[in-house]
Design a protein around this ligand. Structure first.
Ligand SMILES: CCCCCCCCCC(=O)SCCNC(=O)CCNC(=O)[C@H](O)C(C)(C)COP(=O)(O)OP(=O)(O)OC[C@H]1O[C@@H](n2cnc3c(N)ncnc32)[C@H](O)[C@@H]1OP(=O)(O)O
Length: 236
């Protein structure tokens, strides 16, 4: 019997289409979630000075124990993926530690993203660590979430570009601790520019509107063949 391993290329990594996590990746996710919960717990922790000293000591010991293990090298992982020789673990290593969306990152709610028809959709519940105005999500964090969300409209095209312009209009406060829904879509492509729009919703009320321009460093934006049917919608 011939055993075939699956290898991944960087350009094939799409929203919500990452390989099933290995047991190691699952454990990283559990560790990340536990640390995120700890991060929420530590905010204005109502503990005595002695208890705080004890927690500092325990945290330092945990950090020192982890430091002995070292960290896998990001550059090597990215290189394998850019060469089309990435493993499933390489893909999860890349996406699972991303800010806000990474399932193994202590800095993530996490914000979940997926493709639905011609849209990129997202959902997340943000805790106190992401607070701006009292009880509300920080506007800069919303900007970060929209940057990540709108960038994923590039899942429909061949090129990968960088954020050129991101315009955000805050229409109403976005509350903490409630499901926040995100939506983005391609508007049009003009050579190396990709123009897209996004919105943020809580309980059916729109709280934020955004428009973005992404710039492809090399080559004009082109739809991937499997999304050719979007042509009519984005030219309309
Ligand atoms: C391999 C791994 C890749 C992973 C990517 C992850 C991305 C993560 C998301 C980010 O955090 S991106 C970081 C934030 N963005 C940046 O750091 C971008 C910094 N700016 C640049 O690098 C350059 O200014 C840029 C590449 C955006 C444009 O420089 P160019 O010299 O290629 O542009 P050029 O002047 O030739 O203009 C090309 C077209 O784009 C337009 N343009 C240029 N900069 C623009 C801009 N900033 N906003 C809107 N449009 C812009 C420009 O008007 C022109 O339009 P027209 O063809 O219609 O004349």
């Amino acid at each position: 019997m011939i055993m075939t391993d699956t290898f991944y290329h960087f350009r094939d990594i799409r929203v919500a289409e990452t390989p099933a996590p290995s047991p190691r990746a699952e454990l990283h996710r559990e560790l990340g979630r536990t640390l995120a919960e700890l991060n929420e717990q530590v905010l204005r922790l109502d503990a005595s000075d002695d208890q705080l000293r004890d927690y500092i000591q325990q945290a330092r010991e945990l950090k020192a124990a982890m430091a002995e293990q070292g960290q896998r090298d990001y550059g090597t992982t990215l290189r394998r993926l850019l060469d089309g020789e990435g493993t499933g673990d390489d893909v999860t290593d890349l996406v699972d530690f991303e800010i806000l969306t990474g399932k193994a990152s202590p800095l993530s709610p996490p914000l979940e993203l997926w493709l639905e028809g011609d849209k990129v959709k997202g959902r997340g519940i943000f805790g106190l660590a992401f607070q701006g105005p009292p009880g509300r999500l920080h506007g800069g964090v919303i900007g970060l979430a929209l940057d990540i969300l709108l960038a994923k409209t590039q899942d429909f095209v061949e090129q990968i570009g960088v954020t050129g312009t991101l315009k955000i209009r805050y229409l109403a406060g976005t509350p903490l601790h409630k499901p926040v829904e995100f939506e983005a879509r391609l508007i049009r492509m003009e050579g190396r520019k990709l123009i897209c729009e996004g919105s943020v919703w809580v309980e059916g009320q729109q709280t934020v509107a955004a428009e973005g321009i992404w710039i492809s460093p090399r080559g004009d934006y082109r739809l991937k063949p499997e999304y050719a049917e979007l042509e009519a919608a984005i030219r309309a």
